[in-house]
Design a protein around this ligand. Structure first.
Ligand code: NAD
Ligand code: HSO
Ligand code: ZN
Length: 424
């Protein structure tokens, strides 16, 4: 990890240096999407052979396979999934908005309903790691929101199966259909449909650069949550922080993907040097050392600032997926934060807690999208149609405004539709 001095004039250059550009793969991903749109299941088979090295006959996971997974899964893992699911459920129930109706003016009742999206597709990554936790993070909020059809797609393992924990988590969370297909081809299948997979209204969930690019390309045909992956962490730390905890946060994020990004922003040169040393010292003991090394070489950065205010400014410009604040007063530092997916305050709040168990959602916006998106929530699965009911008194109270504006816009039928009711 290189140490770079912060400079306001170079802020966008520094941000870009530690950020992946998903658009780099839009071309090849567009080809994959066209293949699936034109070729359906046969194209899915060909692409699954090409990218996953697996021959798949039936994409849909059967009920028998799910029952088998329940029998085979280690009880401790099942219990951990149950506990995580319960915390995620509790957190996401609190997010659920309710409808309302209010009297805007006498006789003018207006409000908002809350209605679920009919069908959603959850992408569950599975290339370099197995992500049962992502099933819980996507399917549980969809179920709480009342979505009727919840489809999950995940890459098949080398023997064509889907890992037991993924199937058990899907069943526990309430998924309606599970398909063994991954990558951009899975996103295309959920957007356009194939003989086996019916299209959905919205696609959510994280993935690697190909999955994220595919979601960007199908947006418009269906809705999407936001670009979510590869993963990122930015840590703001001062001299009071533990270099060991910071090094571990960096290693934990980097092990996701060679394209994951890890950034430390600190006003302490001593801390920067200690963290750098510790990261390099510890990589060799990590099981996923190759992935970590590649990730840190390309997207690892330490930014040295004059003070914590500058660190906050850099963080807001970077808009990280995960932000860890390890300063003397994390709450005070938090006050300046505007752009971040999920924030971890203080030394004892590792990102891994939010990844698995504290209840918050781990599907979060990446590559600067935390400037305008929040992470996945029950709100990601609902629509809010507005509704109104107007009485004669209401018509009288609105007539000045409506008639004047309708006539000014030259829309006389609008005016007449309103005036006629006043005459009755
Ligand atoms: N932001 C978030 O909310 C979040 C949450 C969890 C995980 N993640 C990220 O999800 C990602 C998971 O990545 P992964 O690779 O392990 O699993 P993945 O399921 O996202 O990707 C695997 C698929 O990529 C496709 N693929 C591989 N090489 C390809 C190529 N050259 N061309 C086209 N397609 C190809 C294959 O079809 C394969 O099935 C990581 O980047 C991780 O950081 C992000
Ligand atoms: N850190 C990931 C979100 O970017 C989520 C995750 C799942 N499992 C482990 N981590
Ligand atoms: Zn993680």
């Amino acid at each position: 990890m290189k140490i770079t001095e912060f400079d306001y004039r170079r802020i966008s250059e520094l941000v870009e240096r530690a950020r992946l550009d998903v658009d780099d793969v839009l071309g090849p991903v567009a080809d994959i999407i066209s293949m699936v749109r034109d070729g359906g299941d046969d194209a899915l088979r060909e692409l699954t052979g090409r990218f996953d090295g697996v021959t798949v006959e039936n994409f849909r996971v059967s009920r028998e396979e799910i029952e088998e997974a329940h029998k085979n899964l280690e009880p401790g893992v099942k219990e951990a999934l149950r506990e995580a699911a319960s915390n995620i459920e509790e957190f996401h129930r609190m997010q659920m908005p309710s409808g309302w109706m209010s009297e805007v003016r006498p006789g003018v009742m207006a409000g908002q309903l809350v209605r679920p999206i009919d069908s959603v597709g959850c992408y569950i990554p599975g290339g370099r790691a197995v992500y049962p936790s992502t099933i819980l993070m996507t399917v549980i909020p969809a179920r709480i929101a009342g979505v009727e059809r919840i489809v999950c797609c995940t890459p098949p393992a080398q023997d064509g199966s889907v890992p037991d924990a993924v199937l058990v988590a899907a069943d526990m969370a309430g998924a309606s259909e599970i398909y063994r297909v991954g990558g951009a081809q899975a996103v295309a299948a959920m957007a356009y449909g194939t003989e086996t997979i019916r299209p959905v209204d919205k696609i959510v969930g994280p993935g690697n650069i190909f999955v994220t690019a595919a979601k960007k390309l199908v947006y418009g045909e269906v809705d999407i949550d936001f670009p979510a992956g590869p993963s990122e962490v930015l840590i703001i730390a001062d001299e009071t922080a533990s270099p060991e905890y910071i090094a571990l946060e960096i290693l934990a994020q980097a092990e996701h993907d060679p394209q994951a990004a890890s950034v430390l922003v600190t006003d302490s040169r001593d801390l920067a040097l200690e963290v750098k040393e510790m990261v390099h010292e510890n990589i060799k003991y990590m099981e996923r050392a190759n992935i970590i090394r590649e990730s840190l070489e390309r997207y690892g950065m330490i930014v040295l600032t004059a003070d914590i205010d500058e660190a906050v400014d850099f963080s807001n410009a970077y808009a990280p997926e995960h932000l860890v604040i390890m300063t003397d007063s994390p709450e005070e530092t938090l006050e300046g934060i505007r752009n971040a997916g999920s924030i971890f305050l203080g030394e004892l709040s590792p990102v891994a807690a939010g990844d698995y168990g504290s209840g918050t959602n781990h599907v979060l916006p990446t590559s600067g999208c935390a400037r305008m998106y929040s992470g996945l929530s029950t709100e990601s699965f609902i629509k809010k149609p507005t509704v109104q009911r107007i009485t004669k008194e209401g018509l009288r109270n609105l007539q000045g405004t409506v008639l004047k504006l309708a006539e000014y816009e030259g829309l006389h039928a609008h005016a007449e539709s309103f005036r006629r009711r006043l005459r009755d």
